[in-house]
Ligand binder design. Sequence first.
Ligand code: SAM
Length: 266
Amino acid sequence: MPADTPSPSAKNLRGNRAALTHKAGYALRHPGRVAPYLRRAGRDTWMRLRHPDHVGYYRAVMASDTRRDPEAAVGSRSHDRWLALGQMQFDYLVEHGLRPGHHMLDIGCGNLRGGWRFIEYLDTGHYYGIDISPDILVSAKKTLSERGLQAKLPHLTITGDLTLDFLPSDHFDVVHAHSVFSHSPPEVIEECLSHVGRVLTDTGFFDFTFDRTEGTEHQVLREDFYYRTGTLLALARRNGLDARFMEDWEKRPHGQSKIRVSRAVG
Ligand SMILES: C[S@@+](CC[C@H](N)C(=O)[O-])C[C@H]1O[C@@H](n2cnc3c(N)ncnc32)[C@H](O)[C@@H]1O
């Protein structure tokens, strides 16, 4: 997966990374990245054959990446960057109204890059992290003990889909999915958007990041998906949610964009 890019100006909003011309130009500019890409493409083909369903496939990607380095598996090239990315998620949500008494659901919580800060901040038992990858959840538990946060009793749960059917209605003030839909095909995003309204409180909101394109929607291998903002806003609205693009997130040094959805009023 591409690591989080360092600055908004680095966003390439028009390129189609799946196009042969793009790949050829990229290879010429970055010859050192050709061999790793080919290794990844080989792994992709093998995993596609073994796991025709997306969740099974991505779980296998995470198992392989986490074995090598859990922090790189969630998209951070260094520990400093892992810390900075967690801080960015935390600061943004606190600036947008996250309070200690809130209940939070972190979809695709990974190894708690942002999660440990939320757990530390929220009241005991108020953080709920879910992920499809057992390997990254084992790493999440390590982060939890390294940070000495056991007494905060967070929930860390494996899931096989995003129907959220095991969670209570009208419960979460904040639902969050950072760098998850950037790795999700449309049917996974739709599944989430068609169920998230049920678990949100009346005043709750769901923030998710996505890899934005203003050109043709495309995907790289089955790992990275690029969507137009309008596609995701329309999908949310079709599922009875209010949805808006978060302009102020664009000022943060992060390669993805952010949308906020909430239950539609009236
Ligand atoms: C790039 S990592 C980001 C992790 C965390 N949100 C963070 O910012 O550090 C993406 C995470 O989402 C998980 N994931 C991918 N697809 C998912 C899905 N459909 N449901 C739940 N988790 C998913 C992956 O296993 C991985 O841990």
